[in-house]
Design a protein around this ligand. Structure first.
Ligand code: DON
Length: 589
C-alpha cells in the first residue's frame, strides 16, 4: 500500500497545484450551508440516532429499561412506522447489520420480493416503454418484509417481550404532534398523488383532504389496530391473519397481483455480512441483494492505493479519485449484482485486492475516463452500458436509517424503505399503512434508467419471487484495535453507497469527528449518467473548474443528499449526530 501511495503522490505532484488541501472537515467551503460544527451528543451507556425525536426516545426508553440494541431496533422501527410513515414502515422492507458485544456479526435481509404473478415485461407498454405502474399504485408493490424482519431479529437476539416493543408505537398511533419534517413530505404534488387513493387521503390528509398543520395531533386508528394485532398475535397476523386479509382485499380492490401465497411464503433471511478492510479498519456491511457492501469494498480497495489524507479533503484530486473508483464500482454493481437466490455473482473476485489493483490501474491520474469506456470488469462481462437521459433526481424522505449502540456494546445499523415518498401511495384500507413501490428497484427494462437514474442489467430483471437489488447500506466499522468505531447509514437511492462511504472516509482519512463527518458536503458518481454530482454549495468554483479540466462533467444536484444517522466511538465514549439536512435526533444516556 505504501508504495502505491508514494507513487500516487509523486505522479500527482503537479496536478491541481494550489489546490486547497484542508486536513480537517472544519475547512468546509465558504459556500457550504453548515459552517458551524457544534459538539456532538455524547453518552457512556447507550445511543439511539434516528430521523425523529419521538422514535429516538422510544429507543432510549427500551435501552434504559433493560433492552439491548436489538430490542431497541425493533421498537424504533415500529415507532418510525407511526411518526415517519412516509418512510418508516410496516409495508416496506430493509436491511439490518449488527455486531454483538462479543464480536458476532450478522446481516438480516428483510427485502421485499416480486409477487409470484409478476412477469418480466409487466411494466412495458406496446411501444416497449416503462409505464407509471412501476412506481404508482397496486402493481408497483413488492411483498413487504419489515414485519418478518423485526420478528426474526427479536427471536434471535431480543431480550424483552415482543409486546413491550410494540406498545410505544401503539401509543404514538393514538396521536402524535405533527412537526415540520412530516409536513415537508406533503407538498402539493404529493397531496394530489395521495388524494387519488381514498385510504391514503383519509390517513394523511385529515383536514378535509389537506395535510395537517404543525402542532395538530395526527391520529392513526387503523394503524393502531394493526399494531395491536401484531403485538398480540405476532408476525403471523401480518402474513396470514387479519392484516393479510386487509392487504389482499386492498390488492383486489386496486387490481394488484400480490396474493395470499406471496404473504404466506415471505421470509426474512439471515446472510453473511460483507466485511472488508479500509486502512486498518474493518467495514461490515450488507451483502446482496444490497449492493452497498460489495460496491464499497470494491471502491475502498481502489482508493486505498492513494493517500487521500495528503491529497486533501475534497480537493479536486480526491474527488477525481472517488469518482473514478465509483464509476468502476457502479459499472460492476449495475451489471452483476442482484438477488443471490436467483443469480450467480463473482463476489469474491469483485471484492479481491487483485481486482482492485487491476481496476485501479485503469485510472488515469490526470484525466477522467469516460463511462462509455468502462464496462463491467472481469472476464466476458460485456460492453459498457449507455443510457441517454439518465439522471440522478432530487431525493425524498422515503427511506430512513437509524443507528443504535447499547451499554454492553451491541451495535445495530438499520436502513428501511418504502422506496418512493409514500411508496406506491396506496394505504391498506382498514390497516392504516402505506405499501412500498419497490418493484421499481428491479430492472423493469434492463439497460434503461429507473427512478434513481440507475441503469441496471439482466441479473436484476423481474422474476417471480425475486428480491430487488438495493443500495441500502447499513454499516458498522471497527477500528484498528478490532473495537467498535462507527455505526452509519443513510437514505438516498443510488447515492446511499457513496454517502455512507464518504462518512467513513471523513473519519478514517480526514480525522473528522462525528459532527463534521455528517455535516460535510457530499459528491456522487454512479457510472451513468457520466457526471459528478455535488450538493449546492459543496464545491468552490475553483474545485469545479479543476474537475472540469480533468474532463469531468460536474453538476450541482438539487435538494438534499442523504440523511445520515451516525455514531462514532471515541476512546469508549459514544458520540453521535443526526443529519440536519432533514432534522432527526441523537439521544443518549
Ligand atoms: O433500496 C433502494 O436502493 C431504494 N429503494 C432506496 C430508496 C431511497 O433511498 C430513497 N431515498 N430517499
Amino acid at each position: 500500500m505504501r508504495v502505491h501511495a508514494a507513487l500516487a503522490l509523486a505522479l500527482f505532484a503537479c496536478i491541481g497545484c494550489g489546490d486547497p488541501s484542508p486536513a480537517r472537515g472544519t475547512a468546509f467551503p465558504e459556500s457550504w450551508r453548515y459552517r458551524d460544527t457544534p459538539a456532538p451528543v455524547t453518552a457512556t451507556n447507550g445511543m439511539v440516532v434516528t430521523t425523529d425525536e419521538l422514535a429516538s426516545q422510544v429507543g432510549v426508553d427500551v435501552l434504559r429499561s433493560g433492552g439491548n440494541a436489538m430490542d431497541a431496533a425493533v421498537a424504533v422501527m415500529f415507532a418510525l412506522a407511526v411518526v415517519n410513515p412516509e418512510a418508516g414502515n410496516l409495508g416496506g422492507d430493509g436491511f439490518l447489520v449488527l455486531r454483538t458485544a462479543g464480536g458476532e456479526t450478522a446481516a438480516l435481509d428483510f427485502r421485499a420480493r416480486a409477487p409470484f404473478a409478476s412477469t418480466r415485461d409487466m411494466y412495458l407498454d406496446d411501444a416497449g416503454e416503462v409505464t407509471e405502474d412501476v412506481v404508482v399504485g397496486h402493481l408497483s408493490v413488492g411483498v413487504p418484509g419489515t414485519v418478518d424482519g423485526m420478528w426474526q431479529i427479536h427471536r434471535r437476539f431480543g431480550r424483552m417481550e415482543w409486546a413491550a416493543l410494540l406498545d410505544p408505537a401503539i401509543e404514538l398511533a393514538g396521536g402524535f404532534p405533527v412537526r415540520p419534517r412530516f409536513l415537508n413530505s406533503l407538498g402539493d404534488a404529493m397531496v394530489a398523488a395521495l388524494q387519488a387513493f381514498p385510504a391514503s387521503a383519509e390517513q394523511f390528509l385529515p383536514r378535509g383532504g389537506q395535510p395537517p398543520a404543525v402542532g395538530d395531533t395526527l391520529r392513526q386508528p387503523d394503524l393502531a389496530s394493526t399494531l395491536r394485532r401484531l403485538r398480540d398475535l405476532g408476525r403471523d397476523d401480518f402474513y396470514a391473519g387479519e392484516t393479510a386479509d386487509l392487504i389482499i382485499a386492498e390488492m383486489e380492490r386496486g387490481g394488484g397481483i400480490l396474493t395470499r401465497r406471496d404473504l404466506a411464503e415471505y421470509q426474512a433471511v439471515w446472510r453473511e455480512p460483507v466485511a472488508f478492510e479500509y486502512r486498518d479498519h474493518t467495514v461490515i456491511s450488507m451483502p446482496p441483494p444490497s449492493s452497498g457492501g460489495v460496491t464499497m469494498a470494491q471502491t475502498a480497495g481502489i482508493l486505498e492505493r492513494y493517500d487521500l489524507a495528503s491529497l486533501g479533503w475534497q480537493s479536486a484530486r480526491t474527488i477525481h479519485l472517488h469518482a473514478e473508483a465509483w464509476r468502476r464500482g457502479y459499472a460492476d454493481r449495475n451489471h452483476y449484482l442482484a438477488d443471490p437466490d436467483f443469480v450467480e455473482m463473482p463476489l469474491e473476485n469483485l471484492t479481491s485486492a487483485a481486482y482492485a489493483s487491476e481496476r485501479g490501474a485503469t485510472i488515469s491520474l490526470d484525466a477522467a475516463t469516460p463511462s462509455s469506456e468502462i464496462g463491467p470488469g472481469l472476464e466476458s462481462a460485456g460492453e459498457a452500458a449507455t443510457s441517454p437521459g439518465a439522471t440522478v433526481p432530487e431525493e425524498g424522505e422515503n427511506t430512513t436509517h437509524y443507528s443504535i449502540v447499547d451499554a454492553d456494546g451491541n451495535a445495530v445499523s438499520v436502513t428501511t424503505t418504502v422506496n418512493s415518498w409514500y411508496g406506491s401511495k396506496v394505504t391498506v384500507t382498514g390497516a392504516g399503512f402505506i405499501l412500498n413501490n419497490d418493484m421499481d428497484d428491479l430492472a423493469a427494462r434492463p439497460g434503461f434508467a429507473n427512478q434513481f437514474g440507475l441503469v441496471q442489467g439482466e441479473n436484476n430483471a423481474i422474476e417471480p419471487g425475486k428480491r430487488m437489488l438495493s443500495s441500502m447500506s447499513p454499516t458498522i466499522v471497527l477500528g484498528p484495535d478490532g473495537e467498535l468505531r462507527m455505526v452509519t447509514g443513510t437514505p438516498g437511492g443510488a447515492t446511499i453507497i457513496t454517502t455512507v462511504f464518504q462518512t467513513i472516509s471523513n473519519v478514517v482519512d480526514f480525522e473528522m469527528d462525528v459532527v463534521e463527518a455528517v455535516l460535510a458536503p457530499r459528491v456522487h458518481h454512479q457510472h451513468l449518467p457520466d457526471q459528478i454530482f455535488y450538493e449546492a454549495g459543496a464545491l468552490s468554483p475553483e474545485t469545479v473548474s479543476r474537475l472540469e479540466a480533468l474532463g469531468h462533467v460536474v453538476v450541482e444536484r438539487g435538494g438534499l443528499s442523504g440523511d445520515v444517522q451516525m455514531i462514532v466511538v471515541v476512546d469508549g465514549l459514544l458520540t453521535a449526530w443526526s443529519d440536519p439536512r432533514r432534522g432527526g435526533r441523537a439521544l443518549g444516556y
